[in-house]
Design a protein around this ligand. Structure first.
Ligand code: FMN
Length: 301
């Protein structure tokens, strides 16, 4: 069941997605962490962030909307309080999700993590607004994305995976820009910007007004985007968006992903990531697939 992404070996291609698995340690007694490929931490910023006011999570048809606002303890507290416990867990890969509102912020987070043992790779969240450029989201503007990736790659002493924003017209172009900037891998999709209105009060159902849509509702769009990205870059792709069952993971891999992440499904069932990982193993046995990596890009398209 082994796969390799940017030189990092995973015992399974199934990984827990950022923002849906805490800092990982919270799931230690619920999930057999050595049965999953690894997990991505909550997004880490230079300073602690309180996040957005409630309500910030709602359920939609076949999905979920959130505007958590990237609440987190800050990179220094993560290194001091969480990482020493995480380091004791063996047989799983720890990926640190990094974000910032300026390039310098992102570089600082990466530099702080560089000196901390235990983290195998970085996932750079490109879906944040760049406050030095009028708040335009890094991942929706090719020159800004290129500069962000190039500067972070220069700072990173570990493989850098760039998490693309799906709120763009041409995801293939954005993947090429990330690869050209030096990304070692790309992950996609993050959530889709969305709006839900309570028709009785005529007010938005989320205090932030808009939120990010995730879950099964987005899966076919995410699979299409993974396929497009696979036609545009040669670096590894980690696919996600609505993975709930093993067959969903297989679908992402057939579309071109080397590995997959499971996010929203963990809200319905905290053991979802492990269930998908175990299910994928069984799927490979029943379909006589000796090497799971052979699924990557194997769809007849
Ligand atoms: C509550 C919540 C919080 C999230 N927080 C982050 C985050 O901090 N950083 C990030 O890169 N993605 C974040 N995401 C996006 C997920 O990692 C994932 O890309 C997205 O939800 C699509 O996958 P899914 O449909 O399996 O959830 C968050 C998603 C949810 C639902």
């Amino acid at each position: 069941m082994r796969v390799t992404v940017a030189g990092v070996e995973f015992s399974s291609p199934v990984i827990a997605a950022s923002g849906t698995f805490g800092y990982g340690i919270e799931f230690e007694d619920i999930v057999s962490l050595d049965r999953i490929g690894g997990f991505v931490t909550k997004g880490l910023s230079r300073e602690p962030m309180a996040g957005n006011p409630a309500p910030r999570i709602i359920e939609t048809a076949a999905g979920m909307m959130n505007a958590i606002g990237l609440q987190n303890m800050g990179v220094r507290a993560f290194i001091a309080e969480k990482l020493p416990k995480l380091r004791k867990i063996t047989g799983t890969v720890i990926i640190a999700n990094v974000f910032g509102f300026t390039i310098e912020d992102c570089v600082e987070v990466i530099q702080a993590l560089n000196d901390a043992p235990g983290v195998a790779m970085y996932e750079l969240n490109a879906s944040c607004p760049n406050t030095s450029h009028g708040g335009m989201v890094f991942g929706t503007d090719p020159p800004q994305l290129w500069e962000l990736v190039a500067r972070c790659k220069a700072a990173a002493r570990r493989p850098l995976m760039v998490k693309l924003s799906p709120n763009v017209t041409d995801i293939g172009l954005m993947a090429r820009v990330a690869a050209d900037g030096g990304a070692d891998a790309v992950s996609l999709v993050n959530t889709f910007v969305s709006l839900a209105i309570d028709v009785e009060t005529r007010r938005p159902r989320i205090a932030n007004i808009t939120g990010g849509l995730s879950g099964p509702a987005i899966k076919p769009i995410a699979v299409r985007m993974v396929h497009e990205v696979s036609r545009n870059v040669t670096i590894p792709i980690v696919g996600m968006g609505g993975v709930v069952r093993a067959e969903d993971a297989v679908e992402f891999m057939m579309a071109g992903a080397t590995a997959v992440q499971v996010g929203t499904a963990s809200y319905a069932d905290p053991r979802a990531v492990e269930n998908v990982a175990n299910g994928l193993k069984r799927w490979c046995v029943t379909h006589q697939v000796p090497h799971v990596s052979s699924l990557t890009g194997s769809a007849l398209l």
